[in-house]
Design a binder for this molecule. Structure first.
Ligand code: RUQ
Ligand code: CUA
Length: 696
């Protein structure tokens, strides 16, 4: 990173070099790897029925618009995709389903889809297998991001029952999050005054490439933060504000033992973003951020060329992969989609640590920033810190196979996935030689999950499918071949992420998979113009039966990604342990009301069924009051709260928990504090009268 005013010329040169590199990556560089003759990857835009992918994308956008109106204005012009078993254009099909629903009042187009897919009625779904009876527990925890609600949702799988929500970047009254001193300070100090976030990628910590149930980490795409959720208490316990970038998009960690947590910077901005270079996009940068999982302190950042997007860590700890788009470093959609290839960046973590330890960085906004751009001196020689692997086109998701052998990137604007051999990355001279497979998956491939039996499952956003394929077969096959595909199943509609049980570990469970679909259209009762999304659960455990659709779950906007963890690997607390928080517990008999001076009061109190230690509290107008309160119950699930509406406070109190809050009694009057958790037969009577006497 440089702040040299002459540097913009250097940057332009670098951009030109991108194009050269893209050109280098085309067929006749003589390496003889499948990447070299990847049909869709070449410089010519791929043509489907005489139309480019860009045209198809435009059609797709128009179809979404026309379907919403129930019209069929574009039907005549719509092309048919040349995918097997789809005589009808996929979007024709969606439209047909929506139109039937609209005209006849039928709830959705399930029957039509069942016909096309082969009837699902004999499947596990119809037979009632995978049901979880009332009172029974699920097999898995699903941790879903909540998108721009800023939260995490906890769902039981396979029931898909929502078990809990964990607020992360937004205050939330039912859990008292952002109401007590500790959590409100965390939100304020690490939030620059922002009141919301955009969570995309929840990843659970691992030890030895398996879930250890300790923490969950998640990004904030909106305001460039990373957060940690403590999975003993299912509560956010740390937030880190990441400088030198706007949004943190991809999030995951260095494996096998969660040595580092990574945030993948997306939007390019000047570094630091303090008013310099505002209209000089060549000077903007994008960074990968490495965070210590214990302290949540930032260790270093690496600046790269182009936008980054998603990421995943190799299983052996050396490599971290991030996809990227906008190698053009443009600022408009058309500028960002010119090149037919963008890059998967392979970060060599030990080499980056060496650079940091040798002082080969620039400190920006208090963080060591290592230069990992293409023409950085740190990328010369035999141990470059970042290897740029050109893949088609604006690759989106990247995930490492459970055996640790491959990183698979999804083409997004190209129908292929790219299989990168992780061991080869370290050995080859030209990173393109590490590309060992490039199967044709379908239109708009976004994300890939694994079952541990050698299958990859990729969502195709435009085709609205989950496509199951064999990744070793893809290594054997010609680039561009559809042969590795073993099954495909419609989803409803337009899937983003998908996640299989424990897919991010070295040993996925291989039984369930959730497709997180962005559009639900007519699948549910209408609820106004903002529709829920649709999370669809599949059973994938029987390779003969193929993908079996079990369940639709309407989902509040909007989950992006999820981690699915076996129930035995999570060990939540039933009550609080008083050693686990920094403030002192207030036992029965230890309650106190202390006037420190003319305008300062400290209250220590407790709550139990059906009373607060003080039935009334008398204050003077203008008093600054610090109130600490413990729930002295020891019985699980006896939760109280202290709601003081006048001061916008609701502290949720699980058994043995203690919370603190400070407020100013700025208006005279009588204000009832009450318990907002329905805790007992006399819950309504559980209250305390706050008398604020007027200032004379
Ligand atoms: S992204 S729908 Cu934010 Cu993970 Cu791909
Ligand atoms: Cu305590 Cu209601």
């Amino acid at each position: 990173m440089t702040t040299d005013p002459n540097a913009s010329d250097e940057r332009s040169t670098r951009t030109d070099e991108h194009d050269e590199r893209s050109a280098d990556a085309t067929p006749d560089d003589g390496t003889g790897t499948p990447a070299d003759d990847a049909g869709p990857a070449d410089d010519e835009p791929e043509i489907v029925d005489g139309r480019t992918i860009e045209h198809l994308l435009t059609d797709h956008e128009r179809d979404i618009a026309s379907t919403a109106e129930g019209t069929d204005a574009t039907a005549a012009k719509r092309p048919t995709l040349d995918l097997p078993r789809l005589e009808l254009g996929r979007r024709d099909f969606m439209k047909a389903g929506a139109a039937v629903g609209a005209m006849s009042g039928l709830a959705g187009c399930t029957s039509i889809l069942a016909d096309e897919e082969g009837d699902d009625s004999g499947s596990a779904a119809a037979s009632g297998e995978h049901k979880v009876a009332p009172g029974e527990h699920d097999e898995y925890y699903g941790f879903l991001s909540g998108g721009h609600t800023g939260e995490i949702r906890v769902v039981g799988i396979p029931s898909m029952r929502e078990l809990m929500r964990i607020p992360v970047f937004q205050a939330e009254s039912a859990r008292g999050y952002g109401h007590d001193a500790k959590t409100s300070q965390m939100l304020e100090e690490e939030g620059d005054g922002h009141v919301w976030g955009d969570t995309h990628h929840p990843r659970v910590s691992q030890t030895d490439n398996d879930y250890d149930g300790r923490w969950l980490f998640v990004n904030d795409k909106a305001n460039g933060r990373m957060a940690r959720v403590d999975l003993e208490y299912f509560e956010t316990d740390a937030i880190t504000n990441v400088p030198n970038c706007q949004g943190v998009h991809g999030a995951c960690m260095q494996l096998p033992d969660t040595q580092l947590v990574f945030g993948v910077g997306e939007f390019r901005v000047p570094m630091p973003n303090d008013g310099r270079d505002v209209d000089d996009p060549d000077e903007y940068g994008s960074v990968l951020t490495a965070i210590d999982p214990e302290t949540m302190d930032i260790e270093w950042q690496v600046e790269v060329d182009g936008n980054m997007d998603n990421g995943d860590g190799g299983k052996e700890g050396r490599w971290f992969f991030a996809t990227g788009y906008n190698s053009e470093e443009g600022v408009t959609e058309s500028e960002m989609t010119q090149a037919d290839r963008d890059y998967v960046k392979a970060f060599d973590i030990p080499a980056i640590w060496d650079a940091v330890e040798n002082g080969e960085y620039e400190e920006i906004s208090g963080v060591p920033v290592v230069d990992g751009t293409m023409d950085s001196s740190l990328n010369e020689g035999d141990r470059p810190i970042v290897r740029y692997v050109a893949t088609p086109k604006s690759p989106h998701g990247v995930s490492v196979t459970p055996d640790g052998n491959y990183a698979i990137a999804s083409g997004k604007l190209d129908p292929s996935c790219t299989v990168i051999d992780i061991e080869a990355i370290a050995e080859v001279d030209d990173p393109q030689e590490a590309i060992v497979g490039q199967p044709r998956i379908g239109m708009g491939p976004l994300h890939t999950a694994y079952d541990g039996r050698g299958h990859a499952y990729t969502t195709t956003f435009i085709d609205s499918e989950v496509v199951k394929w064999d990744y070793e077969a893809a290594v054997e096959a010609e680039a561009g071949s559809e042969e590795p595909v073993v099954d495909r199943h419609d989803v409803h509609y337009n899937p983003g992420h998908l996640i299989a049980a424990e897919s991010y570990t070295a040993s996925p469970q291989g039984d369930y998979l959730i497709s997180l679909n962005k559009l639900s259209k007519d699948r549910f009762l209408p609820v106004g113009p903002i529709h829920p999304e649709n999370d669809q659960l599949f059973h994938i455990g029987d390779d003969d039966a193929g993908l079996e659709l079990i369940k639709d779950k309407p989902s509040y906007p909007e989950p992006h990604d999820a981690s699915v963890v076996h129930k035995d690997k999570i060990d939540p607390a039933k009550t609080w342990d008083t050693d686990d928080y920094e403030i002192d517990y207030v036992a029965e008999g230890e309650e106190s009301f202390e006037r420190i001076d003319d305008s300062t009061v400290e209250i220590e109190m407790w709550a139990r069924r059906n009373e607060f230690s003080f039935p009334e509290v008398t204050l003077q107008e203008g008093d600054e009051v610090t109130l600490r309160i413990s729930n002295v119950e020891t019985t699980s699930d006896v939760i109280h709260s202290i709601a003081i509406p006048e001061y916008d406070i609701n502290l949720a109190l699980a058994p043995q928990d203690t919370r603190e809050v400070t407020f100013t009694a700025d208006e005279p009057g009588v204000f009832w504090a009450y318990c907002a958790y329905f805790c007992s037969a006399l819950h309504l009577e559980m209250r305390s009268r706050i008398l604020v006497e007027p200032d004379e």
